[in-house]
Design a protein around this ligand. Structure first.
Ligand SMILES: [Zn+2]
Length: 315
């Protein structure tokens, strides 16, 4: 990638670091909204890595991971290359405690976006047009849905060996190879030739210390893999469990839900995972594993409706 980064008319030459703001749409109150981008550059040329979060505004673990990477000064003494850091992309969702932007559109289903499209499309366009062309690698940090916990995991694109190598380097407990979602960040970044992985950990609007710690180590592991930092411990990594298929097991009935097994465990077919009860104790429905698998995610909701996703099983 070019040694000089250019973001919103601000130029970052090798060795220069700083922050720049990209104008995006103002709030209805007239309050100005701009999107901060932090750039850290070594004097020596090398790879350009994007570390970003908050495409979904309520996914606080991702946002906190990237914020903490700034606090811990991960990027201050790079051996080569540059890191572009964006802790919070969907500011509109963040201030509304919402995954989407205010019109209900999902930024991560709006790529490549357009300058005159919906708000979600405008936010996506900033990344597709301004950021992606200048990077080589991307790590996009996410969090599970509301009450749906994700065991810390890296998702990579199943037929993209370069992204898989990045996933292995990250060293999360679990890797899931899957196909890209249409109009997603990952689809557009890969289309532009960038190796891209997605981290998932914890549930929205709730911190998960375990996921945050795994992810912070993962950022360092990737930077070490790209020779951007020197990390003594990287060789001691425990290899990730790698899965390529997964499915959500759903509630067969509505009621009070109590799980017995949670994320991060291997289970056998027919093993008891939890139970669903009505409030008057007229019925109890046992939830049993539909197949042998590994629990990638589970639902922490106390009350569920028939059809709700309960356990994400991978194999
Ligand atoms: Zn997300």
């Amino acid at each position: 990638m070019p040694a000089v980064l250019n973001i919103n008319k601000t130029t970052f030459k090798p060795g220069s670091s700083g922050s720049v703001k990209i104008d995006i749409a103002d709030l209805p109150s007239g309050t100005k909204i701009d999107l901060p981008v932090h750039v850290f550059s070594s004097a020596k040329e090398g790879p350009v890595l994007l570390v970003c979060a908050g495409l979904h505004g309520d996914e606080v673990n991702g946002i906190e991971i990237v914020r903490r990477s700034l606090v811990k000064q991960f990027y201050d003494n790079l051996l080569c290359g540059s890191v572009v850091v964006m802790p919070l992309i969907n500011i509109y969702g963040f201030i509304n405690f919402s995954r989407e932007v205010p019109d209900g559109k999902d930024v991560n289903r709006s790529f490549p976006g357009s300058k005159k499209g919906s708000l979600a499309a405008q936010v996506a366009y900033v990344l597709s047009k301004t950021i992606f062309p200048q990077i080589d690698y991307a790590i996009d940090f996410h969090t599970g849905g509301r009450s749906r916990y994700n065991y810390p995991q890296i998702r990579y694109t199943i037929d993209d060996e370069r992204s898989k190598a990045l996933a292995v380097a990250f060293g999360a407990p679990v890797m899931l190879g899957n196909h890209v979602i249409e109009k997603s960040f990952r689809q557009e970044a890969i289309k532009q030739g960038k190796s891209t992985i997605v981290f998932e950990g914890g549930e929205s609007l709730r911190y998960d210390g375990f996921s945050i710690e795994v992810a912070l180590q993962g950022i360092k592991n990737v930077m070490h893999h790209l020779n951007m930092i020197d990390l003594e411990q990287a060789s001691d990594l425990i290899p990730s469990q790698n899965f390529v298929k997964s499915t959500w097991q759903r509630a067969e009935s509505s009621g009070l839900f109590i799980w017995e097994k949670s994320s991060g465990l291997f289970v056998r077919q027919d093993e008891l995972l939890g139970s669903i009860h009505d409030p008057h104790n007229n019925y109890q429905i046992d939830v049993k594993a539909a197949r042998d698998g590994y629990i990638l995610g589970h639902n922490n909701a106390t009350v569920v409706n028939q059809g709700d996703a309960l356990f994400h099983l991978a194999w």
